[in-house]
Design a protein around this ligand. Structure first.
Ligand SMILES: Cc1cc2nc3c(=O)[nH]c(=O)nc-3n(C[C@H](O)[C@H](O)[C@H](O)COP(=O)(O)OP(=O)(O)OC[C@H]3O[C@@H](n4cnc5c(N)ncnc54)[C@H](O)[C@@H]3O)c2cc1C
Length: 366
């Protein structure tokens, strides 16, 4: 009988159950073990590793926020990513220059979003010449400006989640439970009991619930709805032409869209804001003609030379919250929920996970 089994017929017991093996769950499990290497952790996913939004994430990290709380999360995440890079040797992140196309009248508002307090500045002639080479046909209205910031980063979210989970699962007492769809989380006999769709169960002293876009169809659905959580389709097209060395990212700030050189794929990623609300992760999700028209319209206006290369892309669902501010909160004794990436959950995942553990461990939050 396993050490984790407390008696005949009893459910396996862990110190911490983490529901979710995406970016948020992987960080939570990793930080839990870092804080207390003796803590026995069960990471749970309803399918397998890489089943969620993290797998398809573009991994662009612009440390910005539209409100002070979001900026605090972004700044803390940047610090945590830096720590992680130093600790692991590689956190799958590469610097990328970032240029911003924004309405002149919104430039000050853009500055105010920078989590590090940094300022945008007009692109130099040299930078503009480079942009013209990288983005064929680059054009914009007289009322718009091209701005530059310090380099930001492009990451590999699924690679990183796997790397973090490997660290956790490399310890013999920790497990990954796959195909374990948690339907209920309840408190019994001083423990948190997690019940799966097939009736199997485990217990834990504490639990972090990080279900990503499945949040409205699981144990914290009611609490998430109360917080105004919704799901939405997230679409990032591929521009099938190789980004030249030194290519910057271009953020179309007013359209909430960006063009990011995707080195591992040998193409560009063109993220747009799809208008498809209330599309959950278990629905058949596809890039449709509405998304394509939106993308074509933006390219026609700003980078027409990319139009012939707009082919396919990546699409999934993500959980969005009011103000795009993630929810990290206690949902029961010893149970914390963390969701609401709102299309930026990779870049905010470290601070979300740290906050979740701080709540469980009685420490101050970010
Ligand atoms: C196309 C696309 C591009 C994106 N680009 C960016 C970007 O450039 N930058 C950025 O910061 N963000 C981006 N995002 C957003 C970001 O990827 C997500 O916000 C983030 O990955 C969410 O991570 P998560 O861990 O919360 O959820 P997920 O990665 O979806 O993981 C959820 C996990 O919970 C598990 N789970 C859920 N419910 C249950 C249950 N009941 N029982 C058991 N297990 C359960 C799932 O199996 C899964 O393991 C993008 C998203 C998409 C779709």
């Amino acid at each position: 009988m396993s050490e984790r089994t407390t008696g005949a017929g009893e459910a396996p017991h862990y110190d911490l159950a983490v529901v979710g093996a995406g970016a948020v769950g992987a960080f939570a499990a990793y930080y839990a073990v870092r804080r207390d290497p003796g803590r026995r952790v069960a990471v749970i996913t309803h399918a397998g590793r890489g089943a969620g939004a993290t797998r398809l994430s573009a991994g662009f990290d612009t440390p910005t926020g539209h409100n002070p709380a979001q900026r605090a999360l972004a700044a803390r995440s940047t610090a945590l990513f830096d720590e992680l890079s130093a600790g692991l040797g590689d956190a799958g992140r590469a610097p990328v220059d970032v240029r911003w196309l924004v309405a002149r009248e919104h430039a000050a508002a853009l500055d105010a979003t920078m989590a590090d307090g940094g300022r945008t500045r007009p692109v130099t002639q040299e930078q503009r010449a480079l942009l013209d080479r990288m983005f064929p046909g680059l054009s914009h209205g007289d009322d718009q400006v091209l701005l530059a910031t310090a380099p930001m980063t492009a990451g590999r979210p699924q690679w990183l989640a796997d790397r973090l989970l490997d660290e956790v699962l490399g310890r013999p007492d920790n497990v990954l439970l796959e195909g374990f769809r948690v339907t209920e989380v309840r408190r019994t006999g001083g423990r948190v009991e997690l019940v799966a769709a097939d009736g199997s169960r485990i217990t834990a002293a504490q639990a972090v619930l990080a279900p990503g876009p499945w949040v409205l169809d699981g144990p914290v659905a009611a609490a998430a709805r109360e917080r105004g959580a919704r799901v939405k389709k997230v679409v990032a097209f591929h521009i099938m032409t190789p980004p030249p060395a030194g290519a910057p990212a271009l953020v179309l700030e007013d359209a909430d869209a960006f063009l990011l050189p995707h080195r591992p794929g040998g193409h560009w990623i063109f993220s747009i804001t799809s208008p498809d609300w209330d599309r959950g992760p278990d629905e058949p999700l596809a890039i449709d003609t509405r998304d394509r028209e939106l993308a074509r319209d933006l390219l026609a206006r700003h980078v027409p030379g990319f139009l012939p290369h707009l082919l396919g892309g990546r699409v999934f669902s993500d959980c969005f919250t009011p103000g795009h501010l993630p929810v990290v909160d206690t949902v029961g004794d010893g149970v914390v929920m963390a969701f609401g990436g709102s299309g930026s959950g990779y870049r905010l995942a470290p601070a979300m996970a740290e906050d979740a553990l701080n709540l469980l461990d009685g420490r101050a939050r970010t």
